[in-house]
Design a binder for this molecule. Structure first.
Ligand code: KMH
Ligand code: ZN
Length: 270
């Protein structure tokens, strides 16, 4: 089987230090958490950034500071900025980090409930707009799918082969069950690649099945702050180490950043 690409979602926009004191906010904390994940085997850092007080932001200057600090510690890592940002942000606010010409960025598909009263809005036109901006910049989108409504874009707004991230178990999205993950993995065009993420306690069961299905995996504080029931992870690195242990038991080797670039067909870094 293909080597396993591990993505670490180190920070997110919703999780806070009240959930786990190790959730990073400052530039230094974000760079340290990225390094802990990279050292443990992550080849991609899925990046949200915060102001020092924890407020999520898509501000380009803040992204640049964080990306520079991460590259200083992990020179060859793939940084994948979020264009989802936080619920309620406008399209252009969310798109700011693509001006930094990252190799990848997320492209969220479909509007869905996002816990409680929150609605994560991704209209058809938003998806097309984001897709076109990424094609212009040769940025590989990771298509974030939160629900069963995978609407495949055949009109050239996303290039093939597509790379998906199935985000399972969001409160309001698709459930984190084997049945639904098998459905998702069977619903994408041939030749696509996919990553599996599971929110909360579904993280490790979902990535285990993702590894068996030949997919790639994402772990990190954005999705889950626990190493096991009742035990907070001390770092994103601990979560990545656990993913590596599971992969090794199942006979999957771990991809380096260079191998991940090759598997995903990323354009050379600007
Ligand atoms: N924070 C969520 C509303 C992404 O990074 O593209 C959206 C999200 C997806 O995290
Ligand atoms: Zn995210």
């Amino acid at each position: 089987m293909e080597k396993l690409i591990i993505t670490a979602c180190i920070c997110g926009a919703e999780v806070t230090k009240e959930h786990n004191p190790a959730v990073p906010y400052t530039v230094e904390e974000i760079a340290n958490e990225a390094y802990s994940a990279y050292k443990a085997g992550a080849s991609i850092i899925h990046l949200h950034v915060r102001y020092d007080d924890g407020t999520p932001t898509q501000d380009k200057a803040r992204f640049k500071e964080c990306m520079d600090a991460i590259y200083a510690k992990c020179p060859d890592v793939i940084i994948q900025p979020s264009t989802g940002g936080a619920v309620g942000m406008s399209d252009d606010e969310r798109l700011q980090p693509i001006e930094l010409m990252p190799e990848m960025a997320t492209l969220d598909c479909g509007t869905c409930n996002f816990g409680g009263d929150d609605i994560f809005v991704n209209t058809e036109n938003t998806i097309k707009y984001f897709g076109e901006r990424m094609i212009e910049r040769n940025i590989k989108p990771e298509v974030e799918v939160f629900d069963k409504a995978i609407r495949l874009n055949k009109k050239g707004f996303i290039k093939s082969p597509m790379h998906f991230d199935f985000v399972m178990g969001v409160n309001g999205g698709i459930s984190g069950t084997p049945r639904d993950l098998v459905f998702m993995a069977g619903s994408i065009p041939q030749g696509s690649t996919f990553t599996v993420a599971g929110v909360g306690r579904t993280e490790f069961p979902m990535i285990t099945l993702g590894i068996l299905l030949g997919g790639h995996v994402r772990v990190g504080f954005e999705d889950n702050v626990y190493l096991e029931k009742g035990v907070l992870a001390k770092s994103n690195g601990e979560l990545v180490e656990k993913a590596v242990r599971i992969a090794k038991e199942l006979g999957r080797e771990i991809a380096t950043p260079a191998e991940a670039r090759e598997i995903l067909g990323l354009a050379p870094r600007a």
